[in-house]
Design a protein around this ligand. Structure first.
Ligand code: TXA
Ligand code: MG
Length: 443
């Protein structure tokens, strides 16, 4: 059921795929039984359209909202009960701290106790944008937000809807990605609805997220910045502003120094930091130890030294899996998709799921339409774009994992990419999706 209100379209839950649905018990103050999706203009959102969401946030309720990276699940960061509701809605372990979203530098100054001089050049260059800084925590930030750490992660989103929503609500927003813990982060409102329908009162639908991968998390509390999570702002971009950085690789439990040609060019203190960070002990970012981004279907990564080698490995892995009698789903470059199309054994067909994806607010096709009784003779496939463009691979990854997961295949073969620029974040998320180097999400 949808009712028009000026430029706003209100849709009750299920309106995406069940247009006639409409009878629900009221939300009330206890268990949420109705999720409202409100569609807004992503570039020039109207205040009238955002006011109901801002009002809910002021009342301590949860609202999912778009950012340029992924959808966030927002709550008043200064209200411990509201923040507690985030952990419950996501099923998130309480030792995994949240990012606080603020509208501007004034907000940044309220959440951080201090902004180290190193951080200012990064703030000038990348904020607003997809960079999260870990800073000393101000006393106004409740313990539950930071999981008891003495630092706080802060970000100024660039997305007009996110920024205006923060301004209108008048409070900083604690906001993890709006997925159930362990599932791929949502890049459309439809993904949020899949995970949060009936759990949260409102989703603001601002279309598809630009980057499709989460922000870069950078700890600037020490003498050398440490990339705790690679993201939409690349290590190369950060180094162009602040010089060498440390990069934590949770899958391998190592710390890698970026931007130095020889270890001898490092000062002793920097070498000490590299050594310490790679030791076992409490992780600098607790979230890194959890398995993330994983679909139910097992993910296998096809890799190789260059694009052509990766294409050939993807094809070889697909053929091996078919020979083992498995139903296969593939996420790869356009070039690899062409190679696969030429190489299918007789009687096999490609089911290209691309068409349904990539449109704002479009839900994945129902499973029943993707699987026919002949499905065992199909290879399900999503091609993200040219193998030279890691940004399209990054942009499509989470949506593709959700969509391929719905095919009921036995295995997803996902093609790797060159780990430079945003490619580093893509490879990182791919490895997490394949279960590399992390504890199960339930822990
Ligand atoms: O793009 C993004 O960052 C999205 C959008 C919604 O802003 N948010 C997001 O939040 O990805 P979340 O909660 O899914 O991931 C936050 C990451 C986690 O790995 C967490 O452990 C880390 O940031 N983190 C948060 N506070 C921290 C702190 N004080 N020190 C170190 N790591 C922290
Ligand atoms: Mg997340």
């Amino acid at each position: 059921m949808a009712k028009a209100m000026g430029a706003t379209v209100w849709m009750v839950k299920g309106a995406y795929d069940r247009p006639s649905a409409g009878s629900f018990s009221g939300g009330g103050t206890g268990n949420v039984t109705r999720t409202t999706v409100i569609v807004v203009d992503p570039v020039h959102p109207g205040d009238q359209d955002l006011m109901p969401a801002a009002q809910l946030l002021r009342e301590g309720r949860l609202v999912a909202f778009p950012t340029e990276t992924v959808y966030g699940l927002g709550a008043n960061a200064l209200d411990p009960d509201a923040v507690c509701a985030i952990f419950q809605a996501k099923g998130r372990p309480s030792d995994n701290p949240l990012i606080v979203h603020v509208a501007d530098r004034t907000g940044l100054g309220q959440i951080a106790a201090d902004i180290p001089s190193l951080a200012w050049a990064l703030i000038d260059r990348f904020m607003p944008g997809p960079l999260t800084l870990v800073l000393p925590r101000s006393s106004i930030v409740p313990d539950i937000v930071t999981a008891g750490l003495d630092t706080v992660a802060v970000r100024i989103p660039e997305h007009p809807v996110a920024r205006r929503l923060i301004e209108l609500s008048g409070v900083p927003l604690a906001g993890p990605s709006a997925n159930r813990s362990g599932k791929p982060s949502p890049t459309t409102a439809a993904h949020v609805l899949e995970d949060m329908d009936g759990i949260i009162p409102m989703i603001v639908d601002g279309g598809q997220c630009d980057f499709g991968l989460e922000s870069t998390v950078l700890d600037v509390t020490g003498s050398v910045p440490v990339i705790l999570r690679p993201g939409a702002v690349s290590a190369e971009e950060i180094m162009s502003v602040v010089g060498p950085v440390l990069m934590i690789d949770p899958a391998q439990a190592t710390a890698v120094l970026q931007g130095v040609t020889a270890a001898s060019s490092l000062s002793d203190s920097v070498q000490d930091i590299a050594g310490e960070t790679s030791q076992s002990g409490p992780p600098r970012s607790p979230g890194m130890k959890y398995r993330h981004y994983a679909p139910r279907t097992p993910v296998r990564i096809s890799d190789g030294p260059d694009g052509q080698a990766r294409s050939h490995q993807t094809r070889a892995m697909m053929l091996d899996a078919l020979q083992d009698g498995l139903t296969v789903a593939v996420f790869c470059s356009t070039e690899t998709a062409e190679l696969i199309a030429e190489s299918l054994p007789a009687g096999w067909l490609l089911a290209d799921l691309d068409r349904a994806e990539g449109k704002p607010s479009t839900p994945p096709p129902p499973v029943s339409s993707a699987i026919s009784e002949h499905s065992r003779r199909h290879v399900f496939l999503i091609a993200h774009g040219s193998r030279d463009q890691a940004n399209t691979a990054a942009n499509r990854l989470f949506a593709a994992l959700r969509q391929l997961d719905a095919c009921g295949a036995d295995v997803i073969i996902a093609e790797s990419a060159e780990a430079t620029g945003i490619g580093a974040a893509y490879v990182n998320r791919l490895r997490k999706a394949a279960g590399g180097g992390a504890e199960p999400a339930s822990r």
